[in-house]
Design a protein around this ligand. Sequence first.
Ligand code: UT7
Length: 326
Amino acid sequence: MRSVGILGTGRCLPEKEVSNYDLEKIVDTNHEWIVSRTGIYTRRIADDNTATSDLSTEAAKIALERANITAEELDMIIVATVTPDMNFPATACIVQSNLGAKNAAAFDLSAACSGFLYGVSMANQFIKTGVYDHILVIGAETLSKIMNWNDRNTCVLFGDGAGAVVLGPTEEGSGILSTHLGADGEGGKFLTLPAGGSRMPATVQTVEDNLHYIKMDGSEVFKFAVRIMGNAAKKALKLCDLGVEDIDYLVPHQANIRIISSAAKRLKLPMEKVYVNLDVYGNMSSASIPVALDEALEKGKFKKGDNVVLVGFGGGLTWGSCVIKW
Ligand code: UT7
């Protein structure tokens, strides 16, 4: 089996910032509530002409350049998203065309906020077994397009963005040490976009009933998240014979500062070893972890040999974790 590492990372965030004060003007909320309950101050929102594939393509170009890989050298493109440009073709195929990655297979992956880690896990299998050499994994969302701006339970939480990584063979003993994935379909009802699929096709009525927007039972998702973040991280650590004391840095899904703090506490990690950017981006679902990873790298947060743990949870319900020896 070959060792698999991250060869390059990139991110793309829309320019437009929407602060909590901006939201106060459109929905019954306030800055103090949002900050104290979530840790979010502002988020980026894509303009009307920007779709998920646009953000994905820009993030991918940067990741490819940093990995020193041409688009033609890619064997596969995975786009993890719940906000594809359209139902089909896959956003990954649109990105393939944008990049000119003509030798790459391409597909979208639907695992909500855990999607990026699901994608990394898939890519890891293909590369370590020698089937493929270079795989681009993108986590990208334009959640603003499926948000009901009159629903204060959801519209204050989310933001748009994309993060990309190029995975490939790396020196033995470094790179991905383990991955762990899980799902609990029983909890699917807590986070949904009800209409527009085969169960409830789009009609004038579904539009009038706001059924094409995110619906969430926040407190149920919160309870699940607090439990699963620590457990999932521990599971991945155990799979590579490491313990919580071996974690050098944690890059968690960015949903709520209270969820992140409680995960850090369960893992006995000081917050200095945890990357947080939800204050400026909100929850970007599948894009949260790759954008955080890219920023953490840029800020020199990891040293060679560090054990970096990525952990996320989301709709499905789903969760995932991954240990990387940097
Ligand atoms: O990536 C995975 C996706 N989602 C998540 O991870 C979300 C997980 N859940 C959460 O982060 C939290 O549950 C929320 C931030 C969504 C909510 O925080 P909470 O502490 O669980 O608040 P709550 O839902 O219990 O609501 C408390 C109060 C309610 O008022 P009453 O019923 O006590 O009078 C809400 O109506 O806060 C009210 N409220 C708001 N007030 C001002 C809910 N949303 C808002 C708002 N502004 N935006």
